[in-house]
Design a protein around this ligand. Sequence first.
Ligand code: NAP
Length: 257
Amino acid sequence: MRRLFPSPFSPADLDDREWGLDELADLYAYPAGLPAGTAWLRANMVSSLDGAAHHEGRSQPLSSAADMRIFGTLRGLADAVVVGAETVRQEGYRPARAREAFAARRAALGQGPAPVIAVVSAGLDLDFSLPLFTEPLVPTVVLTGADAPAERVAAARAAGAEVLVAGEGPGVDVARVPGLLAGRGLTRLLTEGGPRLLGQFAAAGVLDEMCLSLAPVVATGTAPRIMAGPPLAVPERFALGSVLEDGGFLFTRYRRV
Ligand SMILES: NC(=O)c1ccc[n+]([C@@H]2O[C@H](COP(=O)([O-])OP(=O)(O)OC[C@H]3O[C@@H](n4cnc5c(N)ncnc54)[C@H](OP(=O)(O)O)[C@@H]3O)[C@@H](O)[C@H]2O)c1
């Protein structure tokens, strides 16, 4: 892996070598000193060269070992991972692990051993017998609307999940999610999509940072882009923060201007 941007400090930065998890964690550290009650919402997604966000329903064919290393680092830094229910269903989400590599860093910041997984769902058509709900290190959160089916809410709670209401109808008002989680001390937020959830975060103007892995593969087909949904009235501008390269993959990081 090599750093292409910001400009390398020394020729050694251009060496193609494996970056340690500590180095990656330093590069991707969340901003310090957020105003009280606010959160920082970062997204991490992978795309093919032609913009596909998955191949046959999975993102793994677009990924690489280095991509998974960055994926793991971003989880290791987060208080909570916010994810759409379809991604949980398609990708068979499991509880986040406590990883030794991030333990000291997390303890120093007062974080729990692993990030909370927060699943966004209106219908709650989720398998609550899965380890994601029954065996997490920290209880999984389900974010839903006030009109969510009562029996599914009860099933989620019976499984051990914490159900939080973040909308007046059946669905979640995504603009409320960062503040709601910040109010529970979860301020370093990571969303792993999918495209429909991420499109709503972007449209609501609450997406602070985009970590995009560009995979050197072409997929064609009808898979969505990394964000799906109605177009913004005016495209929103982001500024480049860093670029790493590994095996032809570009690991980019952009911040909202
Ligand atoms: N390339 C990548 O990095 C990447 C990352 C993640 C996922 N993916 C791929 O993307 C696909 C899934 O993405 P997707 O866009 O179809 O789905 P998604 O965004 O993961 O999930 C959509 C579901 O989330 C819930 N949801 C979304 N917005 C909501 C709101 N405002 N209120 C309440 N619930 C809401 C609904 O769940 P209910 O139906 O339960 O109500 C909805 O059906 C998978 O194939 C996955 O592999 C790719």
